[in-house]
Each structure stands twice: as C-alpha cells, then as structure tokens.
Design a protein. Structure first.
Length: 230
C-alpha cells in the first residue's frame, strides 16, 4: 500500500526544523526565562510547510471561560480551548488530525486568542519534535492570581455514610465506563449538598480526584460544543 503523503510531508518538515531549530529569543518579564513565542514558531514553520505542501487547519472543539481575580484586584479571564488540527497534504488530500489543549489568561479580550496560539504552538512542538526545555509560556506574561475564599469547610459529622458510598461508587462507575457525562451529572447533583460532596471527596484517592476533575472538564467542553453547533 502506498504511503500517504501527509506522513511524508510531516517527516520532511520535522527534518527541516531539526536542522534549523527555533531559538529562544523572547523573555518572560515576570520570571526572567527565555522562551519561543508563537511568531517564532510561525516564522520557522511557514517556509517548511510551504516547501513540503503541508497545511495545518485548526478547529475548536470546546471552550470554557472562568473569571479570576488578579493580585491587584482586577479581573482575569481564564480560557481553556480544546482544539483539533488537521495536517493535510496538498499533494493527495491525505490528512492526520492532532488534538491539543490551549490555556491562557488575560485581563481584556485576548484570552481566547492567546489560548489558541498556545494550542497551536504546543501542537507544533509535539508533532515536529521541537524541544521545549521547560518553556511553557502563555504569551510572555505571568499572572498572579488570588486564591478565592471558599469559606469554612462543611461539617461532615452528620453525613450519611451510605450516601457517601453511593456517590463515590457513582463517580468510580462513570470513570470505569469512561462516561464523562455521567461523572459530570454526579458532580452537579452533589453541588446541592456541599457536606455530602466534601465527605465523598474525602473518600476518594488523589488520583481519582484528578481523573474526575479531568472528566468534568471534558464533559463541559462537549456540552459547549453542542451549544455552539446549534
């Protein structure tokens, strides 16, 4: 079977970047480290992509926005994007899809743009094996966020242990079935009972909590994608 030209193009671009590299010419003003900006990635990729007939076409699958408070008391918008990138060969139309997440904060209307740039940059770094050496900028700035006051810990003394076991099992069953929507439903149900929710989280392992959090994020992104479609 003939080799799809998209993979030949990807390896050719990878080889070019391996020879030329992308230098770290930018500096984070808060923490003082050097990094590669999105324009550096574009500048290095553009001639290689054109030379080997490879197109990169982005598609946003999900978007979440939360507001946080900066150290100075202002508002920061924290955006998380779930993005698919189609790598398409102009020779035969063959393609390979890569999925990446992008996160960014901004005090104005640029958080989504920055998150999109971050997703593109790290997709390119992973796909074309561009070394990062700890570079994880979200544009050259570092925001200092004030931890929200969550109030006193709910009293779990009188929480029914049977209910705790039931909800903990529901979380675990959802994770075992890889059913993100079921996990989100348990989360939504428990939000109305903070004492029970606290007791349930106490019964979960740190690994389970991380997995549940990730499932909730994926389910919310899926819901957002459905809303955008209609």
């Amino acid at each position: 079977m003939a080799t799809l030209t998209v993979y030949q193009a990807i390896t050719a671009v990878l080889a070019d970047l391996g020879k030329e590299g992308i230098s770290k010419d930018r500096k984070n003003t808060q923490q003082g480290y050097q990094f590669r900006g999105i324009d550096d990635v574009y500048a290095a990729l553009n001639p290689a992509l054109a030379r080997h007939g490879l197109c990169i076409l982005p598609r946003v699958m999900g978007r979440t926005v939360t507001e946080q408070q900066s150290k100075s008391g202002g508002t920061l918008f924290y955006v998380v994007l779930d993005v698919e990138f189609d790598l398409v060969s102009s020779s035969d139309g063959s393609k390979h899809t890569v999925r990446a997440a992008g996160e960014a904060m901004d005090s104005g209307d640029k958080a989504t743009n920055k998150a999109m740039s971050a997703a593109y940059k790290y997709m390119a770094m992973q796909t074309f094996c561009i070394p990062t050496e700890g570079d994880n900028d979200a544009d050259a700035t570092t925001h200092q966020v004030v931890r929200r006051d969550l109030g006193p810990r709910p009293d779990v003394t009188d929480v029914d242990p049977v209910a705790v076991k039931k909800y903990a099992k529901a979380f675990r069953d959802g994770m075992a079935d890889r059913n993100d929507e079921a996990v989100l439903k348990v989360h939504d149900d428990l939000n109305a009972e903070p004492e029970v929710y606290t007791a349930v989280t106490d019964a979960l392992t740190p690994k389970e909590k991380d997995a549940i959090r990730d499932a909730i994020i994926r389910a919310r992104q899926a819901r957002a994608a459905v809303r955008q479609a209609f």
